[in-house]
Design a protein around this ligand. Sequence first.
Ligand code: SF4
Length: 300
Amino acid sequence: MADKPGILCDLCRSPAVFLDRASKAHLCRDHLMEHVEKETLGDIQRIPDLPKTIGIAFSGGKDSTALLKVFSRIKEDIPCRFIALTIDEGIEGYRQETILAAEETCKNLGVEHHIIRFSDLFGSSLDQLVKGSGRNACTICGILRRRALEILAREQGIRVIATGHNLDDHAQTALMNAISGDVKKVFAGYGPSAWYARRIKPFARISEREVTLYAMLSGLFRDLPECPYALSSLRGEVRTLLSRYEREHPGAMRNAATCEEEIRKKLGETFERAPYQACTSCGWPGSGDVCQVCTVLKGV
Ligand code: SF4
């Protein structure tokens, strides 16, 4: 947000609502919204071979809500239709409310919406799986959610999925990858895969502040509960650390995200990915005899 009242937009001299601390640019409501929509459209138009339908991974939270709204605003300029895909992990005190918000948003925007539940797919909710496991909730959630989203996308004939990951998410991932010391993580989820639907991230160059403000200015922002597992995750710690650092050193997040993207661009072609092998239990592809989903479900 703009730091002080009375400050004007650099482009039209209307009251500013946003200050980009790195470039020192002030933007009013209309120009901030236009900026988010233009950046997103530009990103989508640069993606080769877009299919007729894109799935939007839609949690009902502010990022995916903003993404859905942007898609509904730029739909005349993109050559495909889109539908919303929601995963219900089964998280008490959090998911019921966000699912209701997701359903209402899709109804208001006139977007086709499909929901899939962990309990239907895997026989247990995330809460039940976490109780019987020594593993971190987000690790279990991430593994199962990827499978659930893939299954839902296949049911709808979707081969490209857009996610609401923003610039801050990418900066956090870059730092988490560096901390892990596992170079493979830099390339995970990128590059061609004959099996999994392609992921696109149209908000990758847009900061969380811009996305949040866009959702608020669109009248779609709601004070929804946060996932109770979020604070105990490594991402939660990295997020707090990076946000504090960004306040003192504006532009740091963009630099971290861009740096990892450049590494991926320069080394992606030469990086050798281990080939998938079929899981001996479920037949889905994985990196060992038993895939991660089956390992989690067996409580290992
Ligand atoms: Fe899943 Fe963790 Fe996100 Fe909660 S915070 S929805 S457990 S990944």
